[in-house]
Design a binder for this molecule. Structure first.
Ligand code: ADP
Length: 317
């Protein structure tokens, strides 16, 4: 199943899981709409040709959803009953932090082998260098910022561009480096107020006629609109604009990198099950496949390399 927020490369992962399993003599069933489909029994057998012509497509052919019922013991019992009825012995869940939390709880309650694949553009799962969808989203952000820069430069404006990340700054920070932006305001470092103050204090480079600052969305700390409001009050001399990239970051055809990691991770999920691994997320660290226990993948905040902030600062003078 795919569950939670969709990410480019989920289809490549579905294809890989399906074909790797079939090539090893294992039957595969697709569960539609994440845990919702497990609770309601929306399940269909997948064959090699069920996953033809999807590797290049964004989104997920299995659909995805959020399922409140699965958060309750009664809902999970229904899910387990459906699993048994369908003859499903193990689950492969492709999703983010929430989906893998659900898998961990379900696996514990019913002693079901579950393997997770990190499917999220946010790159916020611990124990893997990258997640399926992250590279595509990063490239989408860079493409969008290249366009915003034309207006920023022509009108001599300061743009705050809000990107996704759900309390993780990977997209904002690496997006800023890749697009040559002035700065990134990310939840991992200080508060936004501190980071903004820092920017104002050091001054945006005078010789530049425009500036672009990436802001990681943050439920707890506010986003680009809040920062722009403060900027307008405290530094009225700047012509401030906000652009929130929103859902366009989640779509599109996956990059080669995302297709490759999704394919490798999908195949590794079947290897893991055959090795009697259970309740682990498949990760890739230094280009090698690793198994990360759910508890490690979910609970730990994945650190951002301070070096990246240094590079951004150094190169934006
Ligand atoms: P993501 O996987 O993208 O982080 P969500 O956080 O929305 O997405 O989680 C997806 C689904 O995973 C939820 O709708 C729910 O069905 C399941 N889930 C999340 N957290 C839990 C939990 N603590 N217990 C059981 N199921 C959960």
């Amino acid at each position: 199943m795919t569950s939670g927020g969709d990410a480019p490369g989920m289809n490549a992962a579905i294809r890989a899981v399906t074909r790797a399993a079939i090539s090893k003599g294992i039957r595969v069933k697709g569960i539609y709409r994440g845990y919702k489909g497990l609770v309601t029994g929306e399940i269909q057998e997948l064959y090699t040709d069920s996953v033809s012509n999807i590797i290049q497509r964004g989104g997920t052919m299995l659909k995805t959803a959020r399922c409140a019922e699965f958060m309750t013991p009664e809902g999970r019992q229904m899910a387990y009953d459906n699993m048994r009825r369908e003859g499903i012995d193990a689950l492969v869940v492709i999703g983010g932090d929430g989906s893998l939390t659900g898998a961990r709880i379900f696996a514990q309650e019913f002693n079901v082998p579950c393997i997770g694949l990190p499917g999220t553009i946010d790159n916020d799962l611990f124990g893997t260098d990258t997640t399926i969808g992250y590279d595509t989203a990063l490239n989408t952000i860079v493409e969008a910022i290249d366009k915003i820069r034309d207006t920023a430069a022509s009108h001599e404006r300061l743009f705050f561009v809000e990107v996704m990340g759900r309390d993780a700054g990977f997209l904002a920070l690496n997006g800023a480096i890749a697009s040559g932006a002035e700065a990134a305001i990310i939840p991992e470092y200080n508060t936004e107020v501190d980071q903004l103050e820092d920017l104002i204090e050091h001054g945006f480079r005078k010789s530049k006629n425009s500036s672009i600052v990436l802001v990681a969305e943050s439920k707890s700390k506010g986003g680009a609109l809040d920062i722009a409001e403060r900027m307008k009050t405290e530094c009225p001399e700047y012509d401030v604009r906000v652009s929130i990239l929103g859902h366009l970051q989640r779509g599109g055809s996956p990059t080669a990198h995302d297709r490759i990691i999704a394919s490798r991770m999908g195949a590794a999920a079947i290897d893991a099950l055959l090795e009697d691994q259970r309740n682990v997320m498949i990760g890739i660290v230094r280009d090698e496949i690793v198994y990360v226990p759910f508890t490690r993948a979910i609970k730990n905040d994945k650190p951002i390399k301070p070096e990246l902030l240094d590079v951004l600062r150094e190169l934006s003078i």
